[in-house]
Design a protein around this ligand. Structure first.
Ligand code: HPA
Length: 269
C-alpha cells in the first residue's frame, strides 16, 4: 500500500470512530499525556486498534488517541508518541502528523521532556527553532508532492504567531516561559558531556530524543507548529548523573503548569 493509501485508510477508520473535524493535533510527550484526560466528550482509541499505526513502548506513554474538545477547540491528542529509538521507522514516527494534516488540522502542538543545556530542571521552554542532529530526515525518499514540496523551507518551522501568543498567555497567567533551540538526538542513550558542550557551542538550549521528525513532517504538510519542552534535568555533564526516574519525577512536578499553559494557549490560537 502506498503512503497516501495508508493515510486515507487510517483517516476513514478514525472518521468511523467519530473523529470529525480537527483544529489542532496535540503530541504529548513523556509524562505529559494527562492533558488528554481533560478533553471533553472524548473518543478514545487504543493505538493497537488503529490501522497503519505504530506501537508505543515507553513507560509514561499511554498509547491512546483521544479526540474531543479542549479549550473550545477540536483536538486530536496522542497520549504517547512514537520514537525512532524504539525501532520505529520515521514514517511510522511521523504518521500521526500526516493523519492530522489529512484531517485538516490548522496546527500541531508538540511537547516533550528535554534535558536543559541553558535552562534548569522545572523550566517550561517555548521552542523557537531546532537543530536536527539525528542524522535522519523523515522526508528522505520519494516526495509526496500532493502534501508538500521536495525542499521544505525550515526558516520559520515554529510558527511566529503561535510563539507570540504563547508568550502573552504565559505572561498573563504568571507562568515563567523561557524559550530556546531544541536539539534532537536519536537516543536512547542520554548525551555525553562532550556532546552537550558541543550542543551548547552550536546554540542548543535543550536536548531530547523526539519532536524533530514530527515537526519536519508538520512543516512539509503546511501545519503551523507550537513546540513546548518541559526541562526535566540539567543535560549531561551539568549534573552528576541522568536517569529516566528523575525525568518522570520532574515532569510530574511541572505538569500542572504545563497543562494550564497549553489549555490557555489553545484558547487563543
Ligand atoms: N537528554 C535527552 N533527552 C532527554 C533528556 C536529556 O537530558 N531529559 C529528558 N529527555
Amino acid at each position: 500500500m502506498t503512503m497516501m493509501d495508508k493515510i486515507k485508510e487510517t483517516v476513514v477508520f478514525l472518521q468511523e470512530q467519530g473523529v470529525e473535524n480537527v483544529d489542532f493535533g496535540l503530541i504529548l510527550g513523556s509524562g505529559l499525556g494527562e492533558l488528554a484526560d481533560e478533553i471533553s466528550n472524548p473518543v478514545m482509541i487504543d493505538y493497537a486498534d488503529i490501522p497503519n499505526w505504530g506501537k508505543s513502548t515507553v513507560a509514561g506513554h499511554a498509547g491512546k488517541l483521544v479526540y474531543g474538545t479542549l479549550s473550545g477547540k477540536k483536538v486530536l491528542a496522542l497520549q504517547g508518541r512514537f520514537h525512532f529509538y524504539e525501532g520505529n521507522p520515521l514514517d511510522v514516527v511521523t504518521f500521526p502528523v500526516r493523519v492530522m494534516a489529512e484531517l485538516d488540522a490548522t496546527g500541531v502542538v508538540v511537547t516533550n521532556a528535554a534535558g536543559g543545556v541553558t535552562h534548569g530542571p522545572g523550566t517550561l521552554m517555548l521552542i523557537n527553532d531546532h537543530i536536527n542532529f539525528t542524522g535522519q530526515n523523515p522526508l528522505i525518499g520519494e516526495n509526496l508532492d500532493a502534501y508538500g514540496p521536495r525542499f521544505p523551507d525550515m526558516s520559520s518551522a515554529y510558527d511566529k504567531g503561535y510563539q507570540a501568543t504563547a508568550k502573552i498567555v504565559a505572561d498573563r497567567a504568571g507562568i515563567d516561559l523561557q524559550e530556546g533551540v531544541y536539539m534532537g538526538f536519536t537516543g536512547p542513550t542520554y548525551e555525553t558531556p562532550a556532546e552537550i558542550r558541543f550542543a551548547e557551542t552550536i546554540g542548543a538550549d535543550a536536548v531530547g530524543m523526539s519532536t524533530v521528525p514530527e515537526v519536519i513532517i508538520a512543516v512539509h504538510s503546511g501545519l503551523r507548529v507550537l513546540g513546548i519542552s518541559a526541562i526535566t534535568n540539567h543535560a549531561a555533564g551539568k549534573q552528576a548523573e541522568l536517569n529516566h526516574e528523575e525525568v518522570v519525577e520532574v515532569t510530574t512536578r511541572i505538569k500542572g503548569t504545563f497543562k494550564t499553559l497549553i489549555k490557555q494557549i489553545l484558547e487563543e490560537i
